[in-house]
Design a protein around this ligand. Structure first.
Ligand SMILES: Cc1cc2nc3c(=O)[nH]c(=O)nc-3n(C[C@H](O)[C@H](O)[C@H](O)COP(=O)(O)O)c2cc1C
Length: 221
C-alpha cells in the first residue's frame, strides 16, 4: 500500500485516469475503498447506494463492445481521427485517453458499477455521488487511478448484472494501478464560479487569488 498523501494533496491531484497496468487489485485494497465510500453522506442517511465489483472477463468483453459503440457516437461530434489530432493538446490527450479506455476496457482490472434507489431522493444522484467521490479520492490515496466512465451504459447492462427494477445504475468506475500520473487539475478559477450574496456578484477575496487557486501549495509543479 502506498502512503496516504494527505487530504488536500489528494483532492488537488486526483485526475480521471484511464490507462492501467494489468495488475489486479487485492480484495483488502478494494475493501478499503468501499469502506471509505460508504462513509459519505446521503439523504436521511439512507445509504441505499449499492456497488457491484466486475472482474469477469466475459462481462468486461461485453462492456468493451458497448463502450466502442458509445465512443463512435461520442467521437463523431469531434469529426475524423485527423480532426481529433488537430485539437488543442489537453483536449486531444483527454479524448485519446477516453478512446484508449473504451478500446482496452476488457483489460481493466476492476470495473465498479454504482447504483442507487430509483425515485427515493429528490436530488437524483445526490445521495450516490458523494460516495463515488470518496471512493475515487481513497483510490488515489492508495496509489490507484479511476474515472467515471459511462460510455458502455445501456439498458441491457441492468439485465446482465441482475440489477433489480427499483435500482438505478448511476455510473461505472474503471479502477486499477495507473500508467499515467496523477497531477494538477485544469479547473475554472474560484472567482468565476463563486458569487458574493447574489448570483453574478464578484467575491472580492477570490478576485485577488491566482487563477489556479492554491494549486501551488498542494500540487506543486
Ligand atoms: C457524472 C460524471 C460522468 C462522467 N462520465 C464520463 C464518461 O462517460 N467518460 C469519461 O471518460 N469520463 C467521464 N467523466 C469524467 C470527467 O470527464 C472528468 O472527470 C473530467 O473531464 C475532468 O478530468 P480530470 O479530473 O482528469 O481533470 C464523468 C464525470 C462525472 C462526474
Amino acid at each position: 500500500m502506498s502512503s496516504d498523501p494527505g487530504l488536500f494533496q489528494t483532492i488537488y491531484t486526483t485526475r480521471a485516469l484511464r490507462r492501467f497496468k494489468p495488475d489486479g487489485v487485492p480484495d483488502a485494497v478494494l475493501f478499503q475503498l468501499f469502506d471509505a465510500a460508504i462513509r459519505a453522506s446521503s439523504g436521511q442517511n439512507a445509504q441505499d447506494w449499492r456497488f457491484i465489483i466486475i472482474r469477469d472477463a466475459e462481462v468486461k468483453r461485453q462492456l468493451r463492445e458497448w463502450a466502442m459503440e458509445g465512443w463512435s457516437r461520442y467521437s463523431a461530434r469531434y469529426g475524423s481521427d485527423e480532426d481529433i489530432q488537430a485539437l488543442p493538446r489537453n483536449q486531444r490527450l483527454s479524448l485519446l485517453s477516453v478512446r484508449d479506455l473504451a478500446m482496452h476496457l476488457e483489460t481493466v482490472p476492476v470495473i465498479v458499477a454504482v447504483l442507487g434507489m430509483k425515485a427515493r431522493h429528490s436530488t437524483p444522484g445526490g445521495s450516490t455521488f458523494p460516495a463515488v467521490q470518496n471512493f475515487q479520492l481513497a483510490a488515489r490515496a492508495m496509489g490507484l487511478g479511476s474515472s467515471i466512465f459511462n460510455l458502455p451504459m445501456r439498458e441491457q447492462l441492468n439485465g446482465m448484472l441482475g440489477i433489480p427494477e427499483n435500482n438505478q445504475l448511476y455510473c461505472l468506475i474503471p479502477l486499477g494501478y495507473p500508467t499515467d500520473n496523477q497531477g494538477r487539475l485544469n479547473r475554472k478559477p474560484v472567482k468565476t464560479v463563486v458569487y458574493n450574496e447574489r448570483f453574478g456578484e464578484p467575491w472580492p477575496f477570490a478576485e485577488g487569488q491566482p487563477d489556479d487557486g492554491w494549486s501551488d501549495r498542494w500540487a506543486p509543479g
